[in-house]
Design a protein around this ligand. Structure first.
Ligand code: RP5
Length: 172
């Protein structure tokens, strides 16, 4: 991660969520945005979760990315504490494979939003992009990096299409 002051918080219910949540961190690294990542649980450490939210607000964070599995209340609990955008990532860590976390994260009562991403790694990656889009509103350098990111994605698809078409033409 970059060494400047964090603009984004990444918090997850357990260290076991990190293999998913590191997708968000990787995306922020790629886009040159500093973050602070930690663990706090809505149920096991409610005071720590509240303190993280308050610290993020006092530290001037632009958004908080929250990952939690099972009865995933962490995003909602943090959103209840602060006026910073909260981006939720439902983690597929339970026998219900993230459907429980999805519903717990997305079904917030009116007035307290959590921007809920997809379940699992794609959701975490998109949380990183979404946070970058928030930062880009006031940072032209990040906005330019997002434009390049999209261009590179399109180039990758074009390369894959070319390779697949060549394989099909060759009969493989
Ligand atoms: C949730 O329970 C966490 O976010 C994690 O997805 C899941 C399992 O946690 P551990 O038992 O691995 O700590 O609260």
């Amino acid at each position: 991660m970059t060494t400047s002051a964090p603009l984004i918080g990444i918090v997850m219910g357990s260290d076991s969520d990190w293999p998913v949540m590191e997708q968000a961190a990787n995306m922020l690294d790629q886009l040159g945005i500093a973050y602070h990542a930690t663990v706090a649980s809505a149920h096991r450490t409610p005071e720590r979760a509240r303190a993280f939210a308050k610290g993020a607000e006092e530290g001037g964070y632009k958004a908080i990315i929250v990952g939690a599995g099972a009865a995933a209340h962490l995003g909602g609990v943090l959103a209840a504490e602060v006026n910073i955008p909260v981006i939720g990532v439902p983690i597929d860590s339970s026998p219900l494979k993230g459907m429980d976390a999805l519903l717990a994260t997305v079904q917030m009562p009116g007035g307290v939003p959590v921007a809920c991403m997809a379940i699992g790694k794609a959701g975490a990656k998109n949380a990183g992009v979404f946070a970058a889009q928030i930062v880009a509103q006031s940072d032209p350098q990040v906005a330019a990096r997002l434009v390049r990111y999209r261009e590179e994605m399109a180039q990758q698809v074009a390369r894959k299409a070319e390779a697949l078409e060549a394989r099909i033409t060759a009969g493989g």
